[in-house]
Design a protein around this ligand. Sequence first.
Ligand SMILES: Cc1cc2nc3c(=O)[nH]c(=O)nc-3n(C[C@H](O)[C@H](O)[C@H](O)COP(=O)(O)O)c2cc1C
Length: 443
Amino acid sequence: MNNHDRKMHLNLFLASMGHHEASWRYPDAPTEHLFNFTYYKELVKKAEQAKMDSIFLADRTSTSSKSVKYGALTPFEPTTLLSALAVVTEKIGLIGTVSTSFNEPYNVARRFSSLDFLSNGRAGWNIITSGTDSEAQNFNLDKIPDHALRYKRAKEFLDVSIKLWDSWEDDAVILNKESGIFADSRKVHEINHKGEFFKVRGPLNISSSPQKRPVLVQAGTSENGKEFAATYAEAIFTAQQTFADAKAFYNKVKERVKKNGRNPDQVKILPGICPIIGETKEEVIETESKLQELMNFDHSLMQLSNRIGTDLTSAKLDEPLPELPVIEEIQGHKSRTELIIELAQRENLTLKQLLIRLAGGRGHYTIVGTPQKIADELEYWFLNGAADGFNIMPQIMNPDFDLFIRLVIPELQKRGLFRTEYTGNTLREHYGLAIPDNQFMSI
Ligand SMILES: Cc1cc2nc3c(=O)[nH]c(=O)nc-3n(C[C@H](O)[C@H](O)[C@H](O)COP(=O)(O)O)c2cc1C
């Protein structure tokens, strides 16, 4: 048995019934609990008992009457669900998605400080810029703003949020009943930000939270996305189809982080892994083919069209993926579109085969196998420079997540690759991330 000092980080990407687009139709899927808090509470408690670092909720602020016909709903607003989960858990980190394109920094900074207090230091923010026209149409716009403009706004959004979190120095709250001094006003700062997108006076109306700032998570993979991550992110989610691509991405991002004067160890890279797990090969094959049988290709085409911003709903399934606009012209999720085109070309897939490949995790790496096989892959990526940990995306929550907890995690623990007990209390402590310096403290 090997024992490693460096432990991998494991995040559960919580998707209601699972990440496979047909997961909600799977016979064991408890769809009656889709809007039931207890269902999510039990899943997250299981992840905590297994000592996972964190759970993560994605978000998209739109749907359509067409796409809901076959199932495409994110049931709860992430920070609301995370606040409820905060009070029924003690250790596990709570990461939620909020878009910088359709919010204001003051509201978002305040929301994450509140979550950080409610959870005693376990809040994380997955920063997204959104990528579809359908979302823009819910926020006074017809089309999603250009990719570069979204990242420009995101950058200023983050600068303002960070100033707001820093606007209360650590020891600003006095609470002296005798003197009647509530807070030391010299240690509570107006930020007086005036920029291209935002004009914010500050200070924030909540004091400095246990982690000072939520852990900043990001998942952009385009050039703009990588630069943004290298400047701000402390954890990076990424979709990578092969070990070679994952390793190249890992090296490039860590190099950029270093170039930006930051410590690469303070940025954790977590590729997504979508397992289908079975105790025997036969079991795995049965689950995989059952899920394929349950797919609805009209729905899959609609999902793909929305994701890549090109209407493919009348494309022929037994032909290759039609020609798409060159990557420079794509204004939606650039890097994901690139990944999908590359996958179709590399494996010479028909559109139908591509849709089957994407169904399990929308372009994340799918592993189908026994617990040993899954553990072997995770170990290989982790020990050979492609990952600091993984974003676990079970294709069906039930029973894949149970099997991951019951069989894969103990196997990783036996190999000395994953913690057997929590060694800290906050999300920063689980990920080995320092508390950032407060920019106003030295003034
Ligand atoms: C694990 C993971 C989770 C993501 N979650 C969301 C999400 O909740 N909402 C969203 O709009 N985009 C989400 N994205 C998309 C990214 O934010 C990003 O737009 C995408 O990877 C394309 O990168 P780019 O913006 O640099 O082109 C996610 C990506 C990954 C890898």
